[in-house]
Ligand binder design. Structure first.
Ligand code: SF4
Ligand code: SF4
Length: 148
C-alpha cells in the first residue's frame, strides 16, 4: 500500500518539473480489469499512450504527453496531459500511475528518484503473454499511424 505522498505546496513551487519531463508509469495492478475494449477507449481519448522498453521491447502504458496524437509513442517523454498550469495533476491521487504515487516530493531529488524508478519491476509486471498480446492487439486495431 502506497502512502498518500501528495505535497501540493512543494510541487507547486517547482511547477510540476517531473510531470513535464515524462509521465509516470502504470502497473497492470493499477487497473481493475484491463480488457482490449477498455484500453482501446482509453487510448482513443488521447489521455493514455503505449510505449515500450527493455531487451524484449516490452509494451506498457502511461499517461499521454501533450503533443502525441498516436496511440503508440516510442519516445514518450514530454509534458503529461494531466498536468494543468497552476493546478498540478488533474487526477485524484488514487487514480495516478503507481510511479507517480510512489514518488515522494522533496527538495532537489525527486526527479532523479522518478527517473531511476525500478525499471525491471514494471517491465516484469507488464511482460506477460496476456498483457503483451492485449496491448499489441489494441494498438494494431487502432493503427500505429492513425492520428487520434
Ligand atoms: S514530485 Fe518533486 S519534481 Fe515532481 S512536482 Fe513535486 S517537487 Fe517537483
Ligand atoms: S499523472 Fe499526474 S502526477 Fe503523474 S505525471 Fe501526470 S500530471 Fe504528473
Amino acid at each position: 500500500m502506497i502512502p498518500f505522498n501528495e505535497n501540493k505546496e512543494l510541487c507547486s513551487k517547482c511547477d510540476g518539473c517531473c510531470c513535464k519531463k515524462v509521465p509516470g508509469i502504470f502497473f497492470p495492478s493499477d487497473f481493475d480489469n484491463l480488457t482490449k475494449d477498455i484500453l482501446e477507449r482509453m487510448l482513443r481519448k488521447r489521455f493514455w499512450q503505449v510505449t515500450f522498453c527493455g531487451d524484449e521491447n516490452t509494451y506498457y502504458i502511461m499517461p499521454n504527453v501533450k503533443n502525441n496524437r498516436f496511440c503508440f509513442n516510442a519516445l514518450p517523454g514530454g509534458i503529461c496531459v494531466f498536468l494543468e498550469k497552476n493546478k498540478g495533476c488533474l487526477l485524484d491521487f488514487n487514480f495516478r500511475p503507481i510511479q507517480c504515487r510512489a514518488l515522494v516530493p522533496s527538495e532537489g531529488r525527486c526527479v532523479k528518484d522518478m527517473m531511476s524508478y525500478e525499471k525491471e519491476d514494471y517491465i516484469k509486471a507488464w511482460n506477460t503473454p496476456k498483457y503483451q498480446k492485449l496491448i499489441r492487439d489494441t494498438i494494431n486495431a487502432i493503427g500505429l499511424f492513425t492520428k487520434l
